[in-house]
Write a new protein. Structure first.
Length: 251
């Protein structure tokens, strides 16, 4: 058997209905290669290894869980990467889909890691703490719309699929969870440069209670700051507004 490690944020999914809903969401779009992040005790893994004609790999930090998984599912002998997801290089040379019940203590870092791999990852099906899932999916004007929303949505369309109750896990977390789908954008966001877009978004939300005219003074000329859009606050701007503004930024 195995032990649950709080230090690794382990809350293992046990509800078969939720497991099937996640797998069905995954199967909606075709893929050939699949990476599962944090298989844990194998609740999702047992379904994923049954997918035909799919090159499957998993990444797991907990050595005890790796031993358990390989013993219970012999097909996994050479398919588990023993490491933190945050430390690995892309496990496939070609494109691959990512799926996981992501550890809540590193869930935001996981999303930024996926952005590093965006050219290789056309789709993600992930379970996060509900707050993080909502932030990733929220549109401008929402109270939870922020840096994470604007950066993730620059590269992916984000769809909030469904809630998952704490009772669906062992042990139950103290928060609700949410499952989202990230689908890489068909058309890239038209910004001046990725560096300019990231700097603009981070600077704007760093002082989100201020008007953009005050928050963005270091990035624009006094003349540019006269434009009406700078009367707004960061959460009022869509990702397209941010992208357009990058072309007015100083060098």
């Amino acid at each position: 058997m195995y032990t649950l490690k709080k230090s690794l944020g382990q809350h293992f999914l046990k509800d078969e209905t939720i497991i099937q809903r996640i797998v069905e969401a995954l199967k909606m779009h075709p893929f050939q290669r699949l990476l599962e992040v944090g298989p844990g005790a194998g609740a999702l893994t047992k379904e994923l290894i049954q997918l035909t004609e799919v090159d499957f790999k998993a990444v797991e930090l907990d050595e005890e869980k790796i031993i358990y998984l390989k013993k219970k599912y012999p097909v996994l002998q050479d398919k588990i990467i023993s490491a933190s997801f945050l430390d690995i290089k892309p496990p496939f040379l070609d494109t691959f889909t990512v799926i996981g019940n992501f550890p809540y203590n590193i869930s935001t870092q996981i999303l930024f890691k996926i952005l590093d791999w965006k050219e290789q990852v056309p789709e993600v099906i992930g379970m996060f703490q509900k707050e993080v899932a909502e932030r990733a999916a929220s549109a401008s004007g929402s109270k939870v719309y922020g840096v994470l929303s604007a950066l993730v949505q620059a590269y992916y369309d984000v769809e909030y699929l469904f809630d998952v109750d704490p009772a669906c896990f062992n042990p139950p977390p103290q928060v609700m969870s949410g499952v989202v789908r990230l689908t890489r954008r068909k058309e890239p966001l038209p910004f001046k440069s990725e560096k300019a877009y990231w700097l603009l978004v981070k600077t704007a939300f760093n002082q989100r209670r201020k008007t953009l005219r005050n928050a963005l003074k270091p990035l624009f000329t006094a003349e540019a700051l006269k434009a009406e859009i700078f009367n707004k606050r960061a959460e009022e701007l869509s990702i397209y507004d941010f992208a357009t503004l990058t072309f007015s930024m100083g060098s």
